[in-house]
Design a protein around this ligand. Structure first.
Ligand code: SF4
Length: 394
């Protein structure tokens, strides 16, 4: 369905829902300097596609501001791709459109993703002045040989310098991403990387397990036997060392893949797991407002030409109820299992709730989940096998 048709059909509902709670706004900026060997994201390094893309993004921001009647944004997140390849003028043009099309809360968390090797200290300072108060860096690893085999454009030295610059530019919150499951990683090397980026003053770490499900350069190397990845057990030990050690350094594991100092949790990402509303703009961006979820599932050129078709899912009350454990169990706080029971009675889905409860008790016996009073949480082992648990709820 195209945007005009979507607005005609759902505009009134969205206006109502959009006005109820502050929104999160995600922008997908799909430009990168090069292609990393493990990447399967929607991205490009074609410079000539930047201007038409930005023009379309500005048009969409304006259009959505009107559809939702200039709602309040309490989180903004520019991801990608690499938003830090934008010039200050390009970023400022996009940011000013958000300011005029939406109402940015005075205390809004405003994050920009960045990659070392794409920017200068002056750029960081000016982007901070624009309004961004949080920066999330793609560090991935501090082993230079691994950075090279991942096709990253930066060295470990540049990564550490980028983190220092974030302090100099006075970002309130700084996050660093690390990847687990790379060739030759050991628990000691992963922990050493975490310690070095923590020493640079970051207050948030995101950990991603290497995912080679989709075609990419690294997968070709692995499939051909030219690169050997660690076994599942070895990857588990990489994750476990961080689970063990980071809390002693003041970093709580508030979500399966995320650690933060108190008060530094990503408010934008929490919206995804708590089912709060957010609007995503750009190719491949997902949105959830009211009872609707939709994704703009098209290539960059198609999206730029304004032919961004939306794949829409209208959630009924049972769908919404089923999403609570699917998303909420990712969080360390877990979910209120009693509350789920009360809702199951109202929705007349008690048999499904009882089947889930039996399965959860089985998982508890196997050490994957734990009931603590009314709440259900994943254990460290459960986090590693979370896909098995989440299958229950789809
Ligand atoms: S910087 Fe990120 S989005 Fe860009 S190619 Fe590398 S992994 Fe992909």
């Amino acid at each position: 369905m195209e945007l005009n048709e979507f607005e005609k059909q759902f505009g009134a509902d969205l206006k109502l829902s959009g006005g109820q709670k502050p929104l999160g706004l995600y922008l997908h900026i799909p430009f990168c300097k090069d292609r990393c060997t493990y990447c399967s994201f929607v991205r490009t390094h074609e410079e000539e596609s930047r201007e038409p893309f930005i023009n379309m993004l500005i048009k969409e921001i304006d259009q959505w501001g009107q559809i939702l009647e200039r709602p309040i944004l309490n989180t903004i997140y520019w991801g990608g791709g690499t938003p830090s390849v934008l010039s200050y003028e390009e970023a400022s043009q996009i940011y000013r459109t958000i300011q005029t099309s939406f109402t940015i809360a005075s205390n809004a968390e405003q994050t920009i993703e960045a990659n070392p090797g794409t920017l200068s200290l002056e750029w960081l300072k000016s982007i901070r002045q624009l309004g961004f108060n949080r920066i999330s860096w793609g560090i991935q690893t501090l082993q230079d040989d691994l950075l090279k085999s991942l096709g990253r454009i930066h060295s470990s030295k540049e990564a550490l310098q980028a983190l220092d610059w974030s302090q100099e530019a006075e970002f309130k919150h700084v996050s660093g991403d690390l990847i687990l499951g790379l060739p030759n990683q050991s628990p000691e090397s992963v922990y050493a990387d975490a310690l070095r980026i923590i020493d640079c003053g970051i207050d948030h770490i995101s950990i991603y397990l290497l995912d080679l499900d989709k075609a990419c350069g690294l997968k070709t190397e692995v499939d051909a036997g030219r690169l050997i990845l660690p076994s599942e057990d070895e990857v588990a030990s990489l994750y476990e060392i961080l689970q063990d050690k980071l809390p002693n350094l003041g970093f709580t594991s508030y979500e399966i893949s995320n650690y933060a100092k108190e008060g530094a949790e990503s408010q934008h990402n929490l919206k995804y797991w708590r089912r709060y509303p957010y609007l995503g703009l750009g190719p491949s961006a997902a949105s959830h407002v009211g009872h609707l979820r939709w994704t703009s599932d098209v290539s960059i050129p198609t999206w730029t030409q304004g032919s961004g078709r939306l794949t829409i899912q209208s959630l009924d009350p049972i769908d919404e109820w089923m999403e609570i454990p699917l998303l909420g169990l990712r969080l360390d706080e877990g979910i209120d299992w009693n509350d789920l029971s009360i809702q199951s009675t109202l929705l007349k889905v008690e048999p499904l709730y009882h089947a889930w409860t039996n399965k959860m008790k089985e998982f508890e016996t196997n050490g994957l989940v734990v009931f603590e009073g009314p709440r259900l949480r994943l254990t460290t082992k459960g986090r590693l096998l979370s896909n098995q648990i989440f299958q229950m709820f789809v």
